[in-house]
Design a protein around this ligand. Structure first.
Ligand code: PLP
Length: 390
């Protein structure tokens, strides 16, 4: 048995975030202030985020899943409506469509970019189609020109799932500024973290107001104004909303993390480049070249392990990486492979053959801002070791 690259107790956790002193102090200050719920720190985080994206406003919520749910509802989507999305995403994307009462319809991905294929979107449009929900997979932008064209011709809403794509750009425009709505995640493994958290962008002021009301019980005034010092404010319940607001405790992390969004992106870009160089020539498939006029978000570095080429199965590769002390991920098993969707929606594994093939071969290597030079070298050595190379 060859010896592991990293010993027990030195396991490299997949997606571990970089938490620095400024946010630790801010969380402590937030606790000491006695105001831990939705307040001025959330307002600051929303303002900073909107500014980063060049938008007038943004709405912070407690997850990207909540952001997707609210965006769908505010788009007027409900029972009887169909929403076209990708099979190569986290289950939350499709669950949010189901929670809105609508029917998710999958359009297969482009093999190379792993993003939703506009040709496949067009094939699935029916009288009931109301929206397209593209996911900028791994941080690589979708073909937004084609998607916006289709949306215009068929009068469809566009809701961008930007969970991987805070930094992503397409032809000089930032991801999240294309759609009617865009949803971001600050979950613990994402590029910027608040523990749990999400953000909504919307083009129209009325949409911003609607998601704000829907995200806080359907109340007409937000709670921090209610308890503020600007005079007593009555609230009225104007619809049956949800409890999706972000806390100041979370925003205390977010405001500082957001200031380092580009520095962290630089870190991940250098990890990406070192992997591309250090893994060259191995019998695995590396991420395809980054398209001209785009900025990749470098959220995931995914390789494909095909048993024919590599001589070992993907799952054996995952086991060997774990043995070497390297945490790995799978993003994602194609959604129609999951039993719930097969039972509830009649989906079959091979509904989207390209996503199925990717999902059965894909492995995500660690690519967080926290990785040291040594961590990156260890990952490269472990991949060599797992494949039987020195
Ligand atoms: C993480 C993720 C989500 C859900 O984000 P949460 O903040 O955990 O709710 C949605 N879509 C994609 C593509 C994701 O990766």
């Amino acid at each position: 048995m060859i010896s592991p690259v990293r010993k027990t107790g030195d396991f490299l956790t997949f997606g571990s975030p970089l938490i620095e002193e400024a946010e630790i102090q801010e969380v402590v200050a937030c606790l000491r202030s006695g105001w831990v719920g939705t307040g001025s720190r959330v307002a600051q985080f929303e303002e900073d985020f909107a500014k980063l994206k060049g938008m007038d406003s943004a709405v912070a919520v407690n997850s990207c899943t909540a952001a997707l749910h609210l965006s769908l509802l505010a788009s007027g989507i409900g029972p009887g409506d169909e929403v076209i999305t990708t099979p190569m995403t986290f289950c939350a994307t499709v669950n949010a469509i189901l929670h809105a009462g609508a029917t998710p319809v999958l359009a297969d991905v482009d093999q190379r970019t792993m993003n939703i294929d506009p040709v496949e979107i067009e094939r699935r449009i029916t009288k009931r189609t109301k929206a397209i929900l593209p996911v900028h997979f791994a941080g690589r932008p979708c073909d937004m020109d084609a998607i916006l064209d289709i949306a215009r011709v068929h009068s469809l809403k566009v809701i961008e799932d930007c969970a991987h794509a805070i930094e992503t750009e397409y032809k000089g425009r930032k991801a999240g500024t294309f759609g009617d709505f865009a949803c971001f995640s600050f979950y613990s493994t994402k590029n910027i973290v608040t523990g749990e958290g999400g953000m909504i962008l919307a083009k129209r002021a009325e949409d911003i107001n609607r998601v704000k009301v829907l995200g806080l019980h359907g109340m007409s005034k937000d709670a921090w104004k209610r308890y503020g010092d600007e005079g007593f404010e009555h609230y009225q319940v104007v619809e049956c909303g949800f409890k999706y607001n972000m806390m100041d405790l979370q925003a205390a992390l977010g405001v500082h993390q957001l200031r380092r969004v580009d520095a962290y992106w630089d870190n991940r870009e250098s990890v990406w480049k070192r992997y591309m160089h250090g893994l060259k020539g191995l019998p695995i498939e590396l991420p395809s070249a980054i398209e001209a006029h785009t900025r990749h978000g470098y959220h995931l570095f995914t390789i494909l392990v095909s048993e024919e080429e590599a001589g070992i199965s993907r799952d054996e590769f995952l086991n060997r990486m774990t043995y070497h002390g390297i945490g790995v991920g799978v993003h994602y098993l194609s959604l129609p492979e999951h039993p719930y969707y097969q039972q509830a929606l009649g989906w079959r594994s091979d509904d989207c053959p390209k996503a199925m093939a990717i999902g059965r071969q894909t492995v995500s290597l660690p690519i967080s801002a926290k990785l040291t030079e040594r961590d990156v070298e260890d990952v490269i050595r472990a991949v060599h070791g797992a494949l039987g190379y020195e």
